[in-house]
Design a protein around this ligand. Structure first.
Ligand code: ADP
Length: 443
């Protein structure tokens, strides 16, 4: 592999370029008109404009991406996360044009990217699920029958949903009658697939996910777990590894389940099996067939570069067998810094007039911002990930507090004050968290 095109933008494009540079691989950045001054365009060896600002006409436009790969002579494409990272169609087009897609095979994306299909594979691999509909739910009668059996509250989810969208929590039969149809209509509009399913809604679970790494030679390992329970509207804001609440036996169990699922479909590349955890039980939710936003906390505690590993897997290399027994060293926390109001969470794009990036022991910042950069309004509001590592959770937490106090992003609003309030919350400090934390607590 000599040249990789990065079909993405923002911090993940920068992250992938950095990995390529360390491996001596040439890089091609692609950018929309709105991103012409983005850091990834400056750091890559070459940069190609692929269309107007709206993602549908640029970052999601397969013909434009294939043209860019063709004219630059790229032999591989890294999709990052979001955009086309979980598009089996894109992976298939790459395969047909003899361009290496750095990710799983199209059939793995098809098998696990769709939530209903993934549930089927989980059942076959004896991975526990929440009680719910066996497959998709089409009619009101069907939905009412299932809800009666499993008990309210229930959650309706779009099979093709993602990013915390396409979910409806329902507390009564009355609400279920109207919500199912709304969910189906929205799922069709947002994800091009009306199929929805139902499961029991847990009120205070933790979100625990397992990092999977699998090569093309049949080796598949779990690289610890991440706790991503601090969420707002089902979107992760803070992630950590390891999860402070698990016993060694529970940790082993959830990792075994994740590996069993991945192996059952002969999965290859990086992937993440997501679970809910409540009262000592794990329930599989979905598998993300790509690198996750929160991969750095795993990198910090495992002493690994996951992007480089992912590229090596795509080149056909074998995983180091020592990874099978690797255990977490210390603790790592990631805070997602968004360009938004720290109280109302309203997006706050604009010109960054001044920027100071924190540093010092155990602090890492994955970002694309610089003084003079204008945060566009068209894309995700995340502008930086601050990641800390410490000998234990308390040291990682103290370092995060120090780093965020030191960080300066002038000209726009960010959620740094929100993170600082969270880091001072006694329950967060104790590690007493669930996905309901931000709804239940005042910061
Ligand atoms: P997405 O693909 O949009 O990220 P997920 O299925 O991964 O959706 O769920 C995202 C979040 O939604 C979870 O982390 C959790 O907070 C919440 N959630 C999903 N399913 C349930 C459930 N059955 N009970 C409680 N919370 C849930």
């Amino acid at each position: 592999m000599r040249k990789i095109l990065i079909a993405n933008r923002g911090e993940i494009a920068v992250r992938i370029i950095r990995a390529c540079q360390e491996m001596g691989i040439q890089t091609v950045a692609v950018h929309s008109v709105a991103d012409k001054d983005s850091l990834h365009t400056k750091l890559a060896d070459e940069s190609v404009c692929i269309g107007p600002g709206p993602s549908l006409q640029s970052y999601l436009h397969i013909p434009a991406l294939m043209c860019a790969a063709e004219v630059t002579g790229a032999d591989a494409i890294h999709p990052g996360y979001g955009f086309l990272a979980e598009s089996s169609e894109f992976a298939e087009v790459c395969a047909q044009y003899n361009i290496c897609f750095i990710g799983p095979k199209p059939e793995h994306i098809l098998a696990l990217g769709d939530k209903i299909r993934a549930r089927g594979h989980a059942i076959a691999a004896k991975v526990p699920l929440l009680p719910g509909s066996p497959g998709g739910v089409q009619t009101q009668e069907e939905a009412l029958k299932i809800a009666k059996k499993i008990g309210y509250p229930v959650i309706i989810k779009a099979s093709g949903g993602g990013g915390g969208r396409g979910m409806k929590i329902v507390h009564s039969a009355e609400a279920l009658k109207s919500q199912l149809q709304i969910a189906q209509t929205e799922a069709q509009a947002c994800f091009g697939n009306p199929e929805c399913f139902m499961e029991k809604y847990l009120t205070q679970p933790r979100h625990i996910e397992v990092q999977i790494i699998a090569d093309t030679h049949g080796n598949c390992y779990a690289l610890g777990e991440r706790d991503c329970s601090i969420q707002r509207r089902h979107q992760k804001l803070v992630e950590e590894s390891p999860c402070a609440a698990l016993t060694p036996a529970e940790r082993k169990l959830v990792q075994e389940k994740a590996v069993a699922l991945a192996k059952s479909v002969n999965y290859q590349s990086l992937g993440t099996a997501e679970f809910l955890y409540e009262k000592g039980e794990f329930y599989f939710m979905e598998m993300n067939t790509r690198v996750q936003v929160e991969h750095p906390v795993t990198e910090e505690v495992m002493g690994l570069d996951l992007i480089k590993e992912q590229i090596r897997i795509a080149m056909g290399e074998k995983l180091n067998p020592a990874l099978a027994s690797r255990i977490a060293n210390g603790h790592s926390i990631e805070c997602r810094v968004n360009a938004e109001d720290p109280v109302t969470f309203a997006p706050w794009p604009g010109l960054i007039t001044d920027y100071h990036q924190p540093g010092g022991p155990g602090v890492r910042v994955d970002s694309m911002i610089y003084a003079g950069y204008r945060v566009p309004s068209l894309y995700d509001s995340m502008i930086a990930k601050v990641i800390t590592h410490g000998a234990d959770r308390m040291e990682a937490l103290v370092r995060m507090r120090r780093a965020l106090k030191e960080m300066r992003v002038e000209g726009i609003r960010t959620n740094i004050p929100f993170h600082l309030r969270l880091l001072d919350h006694p329950k967060f400090i104790e590690g007493d968290i669930s996905t309901a934390f931000l709804q239940e607590e005042t910061l």
